[in-house]
Design a protein around this ligand. Structure first.
Ligand SMILES: NC(=O)c1ccc[n+]([C@@H]2O[C@H](COP(=O)([O-])OP(=O)(O)OC[C@H]3O[C@@H](n4cnc5c(N)ncnc54)[C@H](OP(=O)(O)O)[C@@H]3O)[C@@H](O)[C@H]2O)c1
Length: 260
């Protein structure tokens, strides 16, 4: 019997690629995104090729109680075997000048919705002794990020939360994976740069198909932390070799050069 996977932010980028891998692996899909037209296109595209059920939920995941709403809607479906907390966006600028409304939406999306959806869907996985959770963190999780302070801090939260509950869940049959991509060619990079001139990050830019495949394989193996790419793995270790202050300064230089 087909299993079911719920993917947030599935209308584009990594979420779309992960949904594609899941349906190819015979999962039925529950796809959640804020972008209704794109989500419908994705459903139509999948329906043309695959017989699996594709349910779409148009939701703004930055709003209070949205996780509970989603849970109430999917409760009637067969169990959720895979949960992918992927939706996210970035904001650039000094903390004193960035827009609080957008920032609080980002915190809600990255921190509260990710945590609440996990809280709601996890108990059934534990009682079935089977389930996979894939949380999309970032290379940004490994050190503070001046000019994108709340984005970096929220991605650190996702990494720390994922590692902690992965440990608690050992032996239950449920695994948690934090995927920590470096810069990846998706709409994300354009959106981060929307308030300034064009994004100049071009080196070390990964293809979303490869990043999703890497994260998917890691999730299937139950790996706790997955960093795609040798160079990114190296970058994630820098805070171990230089002072935290120095690592923070390096990030500021990179962000200012590339986005300011
Ligand atoms: N691309 C990178 O360089 C990179 C690196 C490290 C980590 N990541 C992480 O990877 C994840 C996926 O990003 P991506 O690169 O695939 O970017 P993307 O192409 O922009 O995809 C993100 C998807 O999430 C949706 N979304 C954003 N806010 C939402 C909300 N409030 N409610 C529901 N859906 C929402 C977006 O819809 P709209 O387009 O309509 O907003 C979009 O469809 C994010 O968590 C991001 O932080 C990305």
């Amino acid at each position: 019997m087909s299993k079911t996977a719920l993917v947030t932010g599935a209308a584009s980028g990594l979420g779309y690629e992960l949904a594609f891998l899941l349906i190819k692996d015979d999962y039925n899909l529950v796809l959640v995104d804020i972008d209704a037209p794109k989500l419908k296109e994705v459903k139509q595209f999948f329906n043309k090729t695959y017989k699996n059920t594709v349910t779409i939920l148009v939701k703004d995941l930055s709003q209070p109680d949205v996780a509970q709403e989603i849970y109430n809607e999917v409760k009637q479906l067969p169990v959720i075997d895979v949960l992918v907390n992927n939706a996210g966006f970035g904001l650039f600028g000094t903390f004193a000048n960035t827009d609080w409304k957008r920032e609080s939406e980002m915190l809600h999306l990255h921190v509260l919705t990710t945590t609440h959806l996990t809280k709601l869907i996890l108990p059934a996985m534990i009682s079935r002794e089977s389930g996979k959770i894939l949380n999309i963190s970032s290379l940004a999780a490994f050190q503070p990020g001046p000019m994108m302070s709340m984005y970096y801090a929220s991605k650190s939260y996702i990494l720390s939360f994922s590692e902690a509950i992965a440990n608690e869940l050992k032996g239950t049959g449920v695994t948690v994976t934090a995927l920590c991509p470096g810069p990846t060619k998706t709409l994300f990079q354009q959106t981060v740069s929307s308030n300034c001139s064009e994004n100049k990050i071009s080196f070390n830019m990964a293809c979303p198909t490869d990043v999703a495949q890497y994260g998917y394989n890691a999730m299937k193996r139950g790996k706790t932390v997955a960093i795609p790419g040798v160079f990114n793995k190296f970058l994630s270790t820098i805070p171990r070799f230089v002072t935290r202050n120095m690592a923070t300064r390096i990030v500021r230089n990179i962000q200012e050069k590339n986005r300011a």
